[in-house]
Design a binder for this molecule. Structure first.
Ligand code: AMP
Length: 134
């Protein structure tokens, strides 16, 4: 998509710090510079998010995420990763091209990467009956 910023990165029209690339996926440093090592992994085919992503694109993207995660922990001195994704504006997605945030973690690094939800508002049984796949 011509106006998509991540498609423009994939096409080389916008510079980026590329961490990994294969036929299906690209991974590059997030410009936010908000936490050390923040990486975004994206499919090369324009897909908005997990809701419109076909199985093969998703499989290949997650293979890339796994490969990068393995590299970070095996070769870069990290112990783990947080994987974050927002699919749809309602979930906080700001760039409408599917991406997985990879945050490399070290034991005791003090990074708070887990959301603080503030407590459920609805009865769990009622929600369960709504979301269960019958
Ligand atoms: P989200 O809010 O989950 O859609 O995340 C979008 C991410 O894209 C944010 O963390 C931004 O910092 C990042 N971002 C936006 N533009 C660029 C860019 N040109 N290069 C790298 N990361 C970007």
């Amino acid at each position: 998509m011509a106006e998509c910023i991540f498609c423009r990165i994939i096409n080389g029209e916008i510079p980026s710090r590329i961490v990994f690339e294969d036929e299906w996926s690209l991974a590059f440093m997030d410009v936010a510079n908000d936490v050390d090592g923040h990486i975004l992994a994206v499919p090369k085919t324009h897909t908005k998010n997990i809701l419109d992503c076909d199985d093969e694109t998703l499989i290949q993207l997650m293979k890339t995420v796994k490969r990068i995660s393995d590299h970070l922990t095996a070769n870069c001195g990290y112990n783990g990763v947080n994987l974050l994704n927002a699919s749809d504006e309602s979930a906080g997605q700001s760039v409408p091209h599917f991406h997985i945030h990879i945050i490399p973690r070290r034991t005791g690094d003090g990074i708070d990467a887990w959301p603080h939800f503030g407590g459920a508002k609805r009865d769990m049984e009622e929600v369960f009956n709504t979301v269960r796949m019958k």
